[in-house]
Design a protein around this ligand. Structure first.
Ligand code: EPU
Length: 430
């Protein structure tokens, strides 16, 4: 099992390039199989979840040509199987987009029930409600979700909650359905808009993505395109909070600052300087930071995927902060890990009360899920002494070359796979 070993205490300083958005890429790779022509996708993040999805579509017959680590060509013409089930696909959340894509194109799909980070119960009832409204029957048998329809017909669907996954999945199923589909209470996240833009570039007719109401007119087929995925707002936010927690100065490059406004606003509130450029954001933490309160919300609110990273930063801010998680009910499990490092956090229901401390100290901690794992790395970089983060496989699901990027900012972090290597690092950093 690989680990990160970190010697904390250095402010992170310098510039970092952000990659393509993982959660947009999952929808876009699935959507790509809906065309019988070659689709070229650029700015694809080279992370585990994407590679698992590419492997899954290859297994059912799609042609996948990795042009380089960030560019792929996909052609769905030769798909021969509509059943997606393997050991790895079960572990990723984005596998559910193959349901919408295959159902939309072939009117049938069988996909292993999705896994993903253990951050709550994560039902998919809204996805199923959408497929059924379009005319499909949906059953769960032998660990597979089986969706099937004679024909798909446009429908008026009202989501009970603005679910990112359900919005994208219903869009996928509806783009080739007969007639008009309306999704009300749709999710507005930038990656929803990116998947819609990608589908439109393939000839789909989707209007309103980024608002509460998405209108789709079904088309008979989708065609080739070349498309570049938007920057990953969560990777960017992770570096922004790493700058704050380590009292650093980072220029986060290749981003869309508008997508980072919720993070920027909180960083300003706690006392950082935040400078916005056309496609970059600079975060400077020059003085003692102070507490704030926040609640996670759907876009444009503060994203749940940045909650562990800001909470970690707040452990080092003066005063008492209150963080309320309103999207996933189980997203504070990392608090026990942070407590090992000296953080003072009390969780009551979906609220964490964080009493700022002078310092964190290095410890052996676990990456319990993707974003919790990233926040352990931030804590390790800010803490005194050595931190070992175990189970970094979770982090690798969504962060590309995290250790390398942090080293380029002056972070002392190595990826190791044995205790001997941990000891070697300890000797090296003194
Ligand atoms: N929900 C339902 N029923 C549904 C769908 C969702 O009750 O049918 C609930 C969920 O349980 C949750 C809320 O609605 O309480 C929002 O869930 P949503 O569907 O928006 O989340 P998701 O599609 O499962 C995606 C991202 C998550 C990100 C959330 C929120 C992917 C693959 N995952 O999950 O990303 O936290 O949206 O923005 O896109 C991550 O990247 O670390 C990650 C967990």
């Amino acid at each position: 099992m690989e680990q990160y070993v970190i010697k904390g205490g250095n402010p992170l300083v310098g510039e970092v390039e952000i990659g393509g958005a993982k959660n947009a890429a999952l929808g876009i790779v699935a959507a790509a199989i809906m065309a019988d022509e070659t689709v070229t996708i650029e700015n694809l993040p080279d992370v585990r979840d994407i590679n698992v999805l590419l492997n899954a579509i290859e297994c059912i017959g799609a042609i996948v040509d990795r042009v380089d680590s960030h560019t792929v060509r996909i052609n769905g013409r030769y798909i021969g199987s509509l059943c997606v089930d393997n050991e790895y696909i079960k572990k990723i959340r984005g596998s559910y987009y193959l349901l919408g894509a295959l159902l939309g194109k072939y009117k049938k799909a069988e996909v292993a029930l999705p896994g993903g980070c253990n951050i709550g119960s994560r039902p998919i009832d809204q996805h199923i409600k959408g497929f059924e409204a379009l005319g499909a029957t949906v059953d769960i048998e032998y660990g597979l979700i089986i969706a099937e329809a004679e024909r798909l017909r446009g429908s008026h669907i009202f989501l009970d909650m603005a679910s990112v996954g359900a919005t994208i999945n219903i869009m996928l199923a509806a783009v080739m359905a007969e007639g008009r589909t309306i999704i009300e209470n749709a999710a507005k996240e930038p990656h929803v808009v990116d998947v819609a833009n990608f589908l439109n570039s393939m000839g789909a007719n989707i209007k309103g993505a980024g608002t509460d109401v998405i209108r789709i007119r079904g088309v008979a087929s989708l065609h080739k395109t070349e498309y570049s995925i938007i920057p990953d707002q969560i990777e960017a936010g992770t570096f922004m909070f790493a700058a704050a927690a380590t009292k650093g100065d980072i220029m986060v490059k290749s981003v869309i600052p508008k997508h980072l406004e919720a993070a920027s606003a909180k960083l300003l509130e706690i006392g950082c300087e935040v400078e916005e450029f056309d496609d970059a954001v600079r975060v400077v933490a020059a003085k003692q930071l102070r507490q704030t309160h926040l609640k996670t919300l759907t876009y444009p609110g503060f994203p749940t995927d940045m909650q562990p990273q800001i909470a970690t930063t707040l452990t080092l801010c003066r005063g008492t902060s209150i963080v309320t998680e309103s999207i996933f009910e189980n997203r504070f499990k990392y608090v026990d890990e942070l407590s090992r490092m000296g953080a003072k956090i009390k969780v009551e229901g979906n609220t964490a009360i964080i009493e700022g401390v002078e310092k964190l100290t290095g410890a052996r901690v676990n990456a319990l899920d993707l974003r919790a794992g990233a926040s352990m790395v931030i804590a390790g970089l800010a803490a005194e002494g050595i931190t070992v983060v175990e189970d970094i496989v979770y982090i690798q699901r969504g962060y590309e070359r995290l250790d390398e990027k942090l080293r380029s900012l002056g972070g002392q972090i190595e990826r190791v796979s044995s205790e001997k290597e941990v000891q070697k690092f300890r000797l090296m950093v003194g």
